[in-house]
Design a binder for this molecule. Structure first.
Ligand code: FAD
Ligand code: MLT
Ligand code: ZN
Length: 457
């Protein structure tokens, strides 16, 4: 865009949202231009912060007229570079669309602005005895719009499913500036295509989500967490299989390893959870209306494979055990910019996959340090590589190659973003890719939404 056209465009944006909400100053744009990991960045023409759906629609229409790409951004906690600006784009920040509506206790639903953080929604609904089914460590910044756009998973998928399952209604601005709304909240509604859940996992490539109707879950009054030390991953899987069969109160089953635990402890200054160290840790949580401690203890006590376990059922103790798990992301990032590979493999292939990783990585990047953790119930492993001097793409390729050959997914919960767009072709079949491209072209014919994300440019 030449300077006079650019100035006219910025002036028109300013007319829509007001001068304080069009950010062109490079130092003020900076935090919107780099992702949480520090690995992905780009330069935006401007950052725009609309306050309502009408303003979003006007911004989208203006961008359409000028052919300016739009990158939707919520809390910017995404881990695949999906919210960083592409060349010549504007970042549309949703953080001012943060209204949290009145909780409908009968339907157990609440309408929220796409820019409301998960923590804000939790704070609004928990006093009513309700909760959001998805929870994750980025809750203070991650927005409901971003969570849906990435179809985020997190810690309670085994009980409540990922974000797609929590959405019953949605309002979104389409590429031509029209507002599409389906907010009836009816759980039964078979009038054609499911246009609401189509946007789950769309990563900002189909529309800008502006309002969301969330289906809430009952907030369990009692929560018990056990951190279990084990010999290996196969044993962790087997312990979990037993718990899933016999403990209906189970809400979480998280996996981490000795190296990760030591790193988290050092980074956060935490004491050891148990006297001895163990190769593998399984953190399980049970939650119910009545105290699930006895039920959990009953299952664990008789299991001779458990080397050691600590248990907590008070708020402080539960949070302290979760800190060992939730602290991994920050602790690894403190070592340097990580390459983050969020993958899933079939459960039967997980132990062999984990065993094969060090050799594969050593061949490509002998200098790399690897830390792994994940959500065991979905065989979702986060492979994090730091201190990589060599070619990040070659390393990514080596790991994703064995994921694909194991019948796994190259992105279990973080999305494809920019980080894995080049691998999408290997992950989905030709007919699937053709159908996905048809949907993209039908909804965004000029390709103004998030170019380079999901589909390679
Ligand atoms: P952003 O990062 O701003 O955007 C993410 C994507 O969504 C981009 O493609 C963007 O264009 C699009 N987008 C955002 N808002 C909208 C909108 N309104 N309309 C259309 N598109 C939009 N993820 C998990 O799945 N599970 C975890 O357990 C988990 N734990 C995390 C822990 C930490 C400490 C951190 C930093 C991240 C974690 N994440 C996890 C990743 C991240 O929090 C999620 O991907 C989250 O869904 C992103 O929300 P956000 O508002 O920050 O979105
Ligand atoms: C997690 O489960 O910790 C998150 O998905 C974040 C991450 O992988 O770093
Ligand atoms: Zn995760």
């Amino acid at each position: 865009m030449n300077p006079p056209a650019r100035d006219a465009f910025i002036a028109a944006l300013t007319k829509i949202v007001g001068p304080t909400h069009v950010i062109t100053d490079p130092s003020m744009r900076a935090s919107y231009e780099t992702d949480w990991t520090g690995r992905f960045s780009g330069q935006a023409l401007a950052v725009v912060r609309p306050k309502n759906t009408a303003q979003v629609a006007a911004v989208v229409s203006l961008c359409g007229e000028h052919g300016v790409p739009l990158v939707p951004q919520g809390g910017n906690t995404g881990l695949v570079g999906g919210a960083v600006p592409s060349e010549g784009s504007i970042v549309l920040s949703t953080t001012r669309l943060n209204n949290v509506g009145t909780v409908d206790e009968v339907a157990a639903q609440v309408a929220v602005g796409a820019g409301a953080t998960l923590a804000a929604v939790q704070a609004a609904v928990r006093p009513r005895g309700l909760d959001v089914g998805v929870d994750l460590a980025s809750r203070d910044s991650a927005t409901i719009g971003g969570l849906i756009a990435t179809n985020a998973g997190g810690e309670r998928v085994l009980r409540y499913g990922s974000m797609r399952r929590q959405v019953v209604g949605l309002e979104a601005v389409l590429a031509d500036g029209t507002v599409m709304k389906h907010m009836t909240g009816l759980t039964k509604d078979n009038t054609g295509y499911d246009l609401v859940r189509l946007f789950a996992g769309s990563e900002g490539t189909l529309a800008i989500i502006t309002t969301v109707l969330l289906q809430l879950v009952p907030l369990p009054a009692k929560r018990t967490v056990a951190l279990i030390g084990l010999a290996d991953v196969a044993t962790a899987q087997s312990v979990l299989t037993g718990l899933r069969l016999r403990l209906p109160q189970l809400t979480a089953a998280e996996l981490f390893f000795d190296a990760g635990l030591e790193l988290v402890r050092e980074h956060a200054g935490l004491s050891a959870p148990m006297p001895d160290r163990h190769p593998v840790y399984l953190l399980v949580e049970a939650a119910d209306v009545s105290d699930p401690t006895d039920a959990l203890l009953f299952q664990l006590e008789k299991d001779v494979r458990i080397r050691d376990a600590v248990l907590a059922n008070d708020t402080k103790g539960v949070a302290a055990l979760w800190d060992y798990r939730e602290g991994h992301t920050e602790a690894v990032s403190a070592l340097g910019t990580p390459i983050k590979l969020d993958v899933a493999v079939p459960a039967a292939a997980l132990p062999a996959f984990i065993a094969a990783l060090p050799l594969i990585i050593e061949k490509v990047a002998p200098e790399a340090q690897m830390f792994m953790w994940g959500h065991l119930a979905e065989s979702n492993l986060h492979v994090n590589l730091v201190n990589v001097n060599g070619d990040a793409d070659r390393l990514t390729d080596a790991v994703l190659d064995i994921v694909i050959r194991s019948g796994g997914s190259i992105s279990a919960e973080h999305g494809v973003g920019r980080a894995k767009a080049a691998w999408l072709e290997r992950a989905r079949s030709a007919p699937e890719l053709a159908a996905m491209r048809s949907i993209k072209v039908a909804l965004d014919p000029r390709g103004i939404f998030n170019p380079g994300v999901l589909f390679p440019e």
